[in-house]
Design a protein around this ligand. Structure first.
Ligand code: MRU
Length: 362
């Protein structure tokens, strides 16, 4: 019988994103190949790094940020021989290109901005020393995310009782972050401590992150997980099997509206109807204080083929049929019982509780 703690650790201590030992590449698990194959990809070119983000080989808001930090460091090393002005200009160009790979998750621009601040704040240093500082910064971004996920998991766990049923949407587990994840963290941490939950994982059309990644992670960790199609969320709630909904987030606006995987707002509306508390869990790096409400969040639109063809043996709609394929939607803050961050659980009114998280930083 495998030890419970070891079983959970096999899932929470994988290197989904890491810097290679020689610093020449960033190595990711190609999430598009899961759950059937665990393939590690070393990436070192700008185009392949952008493609990895756009194609969701690396995905999940915090993981994209961590990846971008490593990627811009790997790319900058190649410019080590340039004088500072040219080095900084090239850095800025590559940063902007990476930043444009996906628009919705704020963690991408957040991490890249942190990296660029290192370059601009140290203009008086030789480029070789700036590179050392860049390496430190991207490793810090990763290390901080690990710590944030752990704290979020603890706060999230405080909202649950042993035996609870939880519904989750998309994937906000170790693959999307570091170690325990955000929305899945409480279940993994609870399992490690001997608790058991019954988790319903929405399959998450059209890219099936719930089926391919969430049910994979929870199953491997020994958490009781049941996979459902997205349109089955209502019946499991009506059956009384769901005590709470836990989801991740890609960008939280100042008023508590937040963007997450398409279908999240539908889950929140259902939860409200059935009187089930609905929580989003994410690090403070996902809060965009410059974004007043969800209306200002840029929602990524993706290719129609993801709806009509992907994962099917043959197309499931005529080629001429129009598709609308937004990758995210915005959940209204009025539907949210709490926003769980590494600094604590924010409650409504969010304009005030979110602002308090940053007090003393302005
Ligand atoms: O398109 P994806 O798979 O990157 O979307 C991911 C999500 O919506 C996650 O819920 C979100 O990034 C939070 S990950 C901790």
């Amino acid at each position: 019988m495998p030890d419970r703690v070891d079983t959970v650790r096999k899932v929470t201590h994988i290197d989904n994103v890491r810097l290679s030992d020689d610093g020449e590449s960033v190595i990711i698990i190609d999430q598009t190949q899961l759950p059937n194959r665990v393939v590690y990809l070393p990436l070192s070119g700008l185009d392949e790094c952008c493609e990895a983000i756009a194609a969701l080989k690396v995905r999940g808001a915090p993981a994209i940020g961590i990846f971008a930090g490593y990627a811009i460091y790997v790319l900058s090393r190649r410019n080590a021989s340039l004088p500072y002005g040219k080095f900084a200009a090239r850095f800025h160009e590559q940063k902007e290109t990476l930043n444009a790979a996906r628009p919705t998750a704020v963690n991408l621009s957040w991490a890249l901005r942190r990296m660029e601040n290192v370059v601009t704040a140290n203009a008086d240093l030789p480029v070789s020393e700036i590179l050392d500082l860049l390496k430190k910064e991207c490793l810090s971004i990763h290390r901080e995310d690990i710590a944030m996920c752990m704290k979020i998991s603890e706060y999230g766990l405080s909202l649950l009782r042993d035996g609870d049923g939880i519904l989750t949407h998309c994937n906000a587990g170790p693959l999307a972050t570091s170690r325990y994840g955000t929305a899945l963290g409480p279940m993994l941490l609870g399992r490690e401590r001997g608790m058991q939950f019954h988790v319903f994982a929405d399959e998450t059309r059209p890219l099936l992150q719930g089926a391919r990644l969430t049910s994979f992670e929870l199953q491997k960790a020994g958490v009781d997980v049941t996979l459902i199609c997205d349109n089955m969320a209502s019946i499991v709630m009506k059956n009384g099997w769901v005590n709470a909904c836990f989801v991740g987030c890609d960008r939280i606006a100042a008023n508590g509206d937040f963007a997450n995987k398409i279908g999240t707002s539908g889950v929140a509306i259902l939860a409200k109807y059935y009187g089930i508390p609905f929580y989003t869990l994410g690090p403070t790096s996902t809060i965009d204080r410059s974004c007043p409400t969800g209306a200002q969040i840029n929602i990524e639109l993706r290719a129609p083929e993801e709806i009509k063809e992907k994962f099917y043996r043959e197309p499931m709609a005529l080629p001429e049929v129009n598709c609308y394929n937004p990758a995210f939607d915005v959940t209204d803050h009025t539907l949210v019982a709490g926003i769980v961050t590494e600094k604590g659980i924010c409650r409504p009114p969010y304009t005030e509780s979110l602002k308090k998280l940053f007090s003393g930083q302005d």
